[in-house]
Ligand binder design. Structure first.
Ligand SMILES: C[S@@+](CC[C@H](N)C(=O)[O-])C[C@H]1O[C@@H](n2cnc3c(N)ncnc32)[C@H](O)[C@@H]1O
Length: 220
C-alpha cells in the first residue's frame, strides 16, 4: 500500500517482461491505480478502462444488462470485464479471446481476473476464433492492439462480415481504435462507410485524445 501512495508522485513499476506481441508488458502503480501498459501505450485499467466505459455508456448500461452474451476480443488485464461485472452489473456470459497467454497470467496474478465467475478465456488469435466459433453474441467488443499497432485484418471485409454474422439482431459492436495520423483517420472513414442498410453506426472521435470509438447496432 505504500507503493500505491507513492505512485501519486511518481509511477512505480512492479513487473516488467519483454513481449513479442506487445514489445513489453509492464504492471505499474500510477496515480494510486494499478495499470497494465505495453511499451508505448496503456493496455488495461487507467485511460483504456475509461475509454471502453464511455463506449458501454453510449450503448447504455440498462440495455447491456438485458444482453445474454458478450464476446471480448483482446482481454489484456480485463478492465472492461471488471466494468461490465461491477458497474454495469452484467450477469450474462463473457467470452474473452486473447492471443498472448502471458497477458492472461498477469491478469490473474495482478488484477484477479480468475475471481470473476461468468467468464471463459480462450487463448487464440481473434481472427482464428471468429472463423471457428459457432456461437452468436449480443455485444462484441473489439479491442485489439499490438502495442500501438492495430492489425490490418480488423478493417478488412472478411473479418467485418464474419463479426456481423456472429452478432445477434439488436446487438452491438463496440470497436476501439487509435487515430494518430491522417492515414488512420482515412482508414476509419472507410471502415464507417462499410456499414449501411441494416446497421446503425455512430462514431465518437477524440475519446481521451487519440482514441476513436465506434458503436454499431444490428437493426432487427
Ligand atoms: C488494449 S489491450 C485490451 C484491453 C482490455 N480490453 C481491457 O479491457 O483491459 C489489447 C490486447 O489485444 C491483444 N491482441 C493483440 N492481437 C491480438 C489478436 N490477433 N487476437 C487476440 N488478441 C490480440 C493484446 O495481446 C492485448 O492484450
Amino acid at each position: 500500500m505504500v507503493r500505491k501512495l507513492f505512485s501519486y508522485f511518481i509511477p512505480i513499476n512492479v513487473y516488467k517482461k519483454n513481449s513479442a506481441i506487445s514489445k513489453s508488458l509492464e504492471v505499474t502503480w500510477n496515480n494510486g491505480e494499478l495499470v497494465l501498459d505495453s511499451k508505448s501505450t496503456n493496455y488495461s485499467y487507467g485511460s483504456l478502462q475509461r475509454i471502453l466505459r464511455k463506449g458501454l455508456k453510449y450503448i447504455g448500461f440498462e440495455r447491456i444488462r438485458t444482453f445474454e452474451s458478450v464476446l471480448l476480443l483482446g482481454v489484456a488485464g480485463g478492465s472492461v470485464i471488471k466494468t461490465l461485472v461491477d458497474e454495469v452489473q452484467f450477469k450474462g456470459k463473457i467470452t474473452g479471446v486473447e492471443i498472448d497467454e502471458a497477458v492472461i497470467k498477469i491478469a490473474n496474478e495482478y488484477f484477479e481476473l480468475y475471481k470473476i465467475p461468468n467468464i471463459e478465456i480462450v487463448i487464440d488469435d481473434a481472427f482464428e476464433y471468429v472463423l471457428k466459433t459457432k456461437k452468436t453474441y449480443d455485444l462484441i467488443i473489439i479491442d485489439i492492439f499490438q502495442d500501438t499497432n492495430m492489425p490490418n485484418f480488423l478493417f478488412e471485409d472478411f473479418f467485418i462480415n464474419r463479426i456481423n454474422s456472429l452478432l445477434n439482431l439488436n446487438g452491438f459492436i463496440l470497436f476501439n481504435t487509435m487515430v494518430i495520423s491522417k492515414l488512420q483517420e482515412d482508414r476509419n472513414l472507410l471502415y464507417k462507410s462499410k456499414f449501411k442498410g441494416n446497421y446503425s453506426l455512430r462514431m465518437y472521435p477524440k475519446v481521451e485524445v487519440h482514441n476513436e470509438l465506434f458503436t454499431i447496432k444490428k437493426l432487427a
